[in-house]
Design a protein around this ligand. Sequence first.
Ligand SMILES: [Zn+2]
Length: 354
Amino acid sequence: MYKQKSHSEFTGFVRVQGAREHNLKNISLDIPRDALVVFTGISGSGKSSLAFGTIYAEAQRRYLESVSPYARRLFHQMTVPEVDNIEGLPPAVALQQQRGAVSTRSSVGSVTTLSNLLRMLYSRAGDYPDGAPIIYAEGFSPNTPEGACPQCHGLGRVYEVTEQSMVPDDSLTIRERAIAAWPTAWGGQNLREILMTLGYDVDIPWRDLPRKDRDWILFTEEQPTVPVYSGFTAEEMKRARKQKLEPSYMGTFTGARRYVLQTFANTQSALMKKRVMQYMISSACPLCNGKRLRKEALAVKFAGQDITELSRLPLAALHRLFAKYASSHKIDKKHPEKEIVTGALQKICWPAWM
Ligand SMILES: [Zn+2]
């Protein structure tokens, strides 16, 4: 796709003719290559239509013609721009202005299409262990079911709860809210009354409860439904049950770990999520070592590194690495696509890094 050399490539210009995207009124212009060029103008004058809607859209279109249909799906494809002709256009990377906060997880790779290119590179040109099947580009993304580490679901961290994290002060009784992780207000009272029905002592310090009881209250997956006598003391409750008095309601028990993890996973409320998170301990996922991908994907190497290691390289180092590959123009007869992919990568990445 990079074969034709036109007049403007020799003269160092990108020549745009008859651009009519959005509000552009059939404009033609020459833009110097290898230079910092700024478009200025009032809002709505067509700066973005020219830079992103026309020039970048056309660069992307030309590049995507050279890749397979499955790889094309990884890109947010722009529409074909309204323009008569563009000459001297190099492969391009577009960085759009970011609105709102960029998260701490963002890297240059994640705010550009670079990460998609790296996935293609590993899929097409990575070194696979003997006998390993080819993994498609999606398989190198922690945000797809094909790629995500099965233990941490692609988060890179696992969350667990412990007695200490859920019961920060073991001198308190259950009535005094020893189980800090439990819901406050009615939900907590409900769980406490269920424990009373089940015969647990909610008025002695947590640490004095037998180990077996503490473990059951915190970690059980059982969810028994029992009659609850609201506002009764333990003695009154025993009597009421013996006399088969009508209970206030039937209550279903949920262990503290189950409550915390389920709330964390399912709540729609950011506040609730934040509340239960303080009782969770997070650590790097032991299966992927925090790299977020399946081990099959991490086993594929390029330049001796897995895709996570390569993605963490500073851009200048990444650039040097690709330049080395792309400049050694040896065509591997068995894997002719290797040269194509690395060559394309180097070409497409250079303009953005220089
Ligand atoms: Zn993992």
